[in-house]
Design a protein around this ligand. Structure first.
Ligand SMILES: [Ca+2]
Ligand SMILES: [Ca+2]
Length: 201
């Protein structure tokens, strides 16, 4: 009888211990699940912001490149070779020939507008019927890792170049573009592209 009681008590104690262990393990699992969920939602948030920035960068670079590929090289103003970069470019495009005469389109201008930085495309700049389209926001004030210090920080031959810059070598235009936006948790996301296009005309 005594033996049976002892055994039953021991069994009851073991069950309580089991319950305690199970609660502890469950608690640990729950904490882990919360941590994993939190970190993966942060990663998703950061990934989503980055891919939006990448798409915006691709689209803007494509628009600038397409416009300049169709530009007449004689019309490119200012016509600055590296290291003389500019943050705007004025040009026109040939519309083909009519009766042996070349038909030239309206003047166009692509420029970096300061504070907050935007890239703006203009048709007939300065005219009363000027057309103006913002191609992107989120432009970094300076290119890539440049700091406004009179030094070429990223060693690309240009000093303190802006977030959008152009250099011209004959009929070839090099476009440098850096976009930047706020990411999750006070981070800053940044993306850079550099492309050289040849004017067809
Ligand atoms: Ca530089
Ligand atoms: Ca610098």
């Amino acid at each position: 009888m005594t033996r049976r009681l002892t055994s039953a008590r021991a069994r009851a104690g073991f069950t309580l211990l089991e319950v305690l262990i199970a609660i502890t393990i469950l608690g640990m699992i729950a904490a882990n699940v919360v941590m994993v969920t939190r970190s993966s939602s942060k990663a998703y948030e950061s990934g989503a912001s980055l891919s939006t920035l990448d798409i915006q960068l691709d689209n803007t670079m494509d628009r600038i490149a397409m416009a300049l590929m169709a530009a007449r090289k004689e019309s490119l103003t200012p016509n600055n070779p590296s290291p003389l970069w500019t943050d705007f470019l004025i040009f026109d495009q040939s519309q083909g020939f009519e009766g042996g005469m070349e038909v030239i389109g309206d003047l166009e201008r692509i420029e970096l507008v300061p504070g907050p930085e935007q890239i703006v495309w203009k048709q007939r700049p300065g005219a009363l019927d000027e057309r103006r389209v913002v191609w992107t926001n989120w432009v970094r004030e300076l290119f890539k890792d440049e700091i406004d210090n009179g030094i070429d920080d990223d060693l690309n031959g240009l000093t303190d170049e802006a977030g959008l810059s152009f250099t011209i070598d004959g009929s070839r235009v090099t476009i440098r573009l850096t976009l930047e936006r706020d990411g999750p948790e006070h981070s800053i996301l940044k993306r850079t592209q550099e492309t050289t296009v040849t004017c067809r005309n």
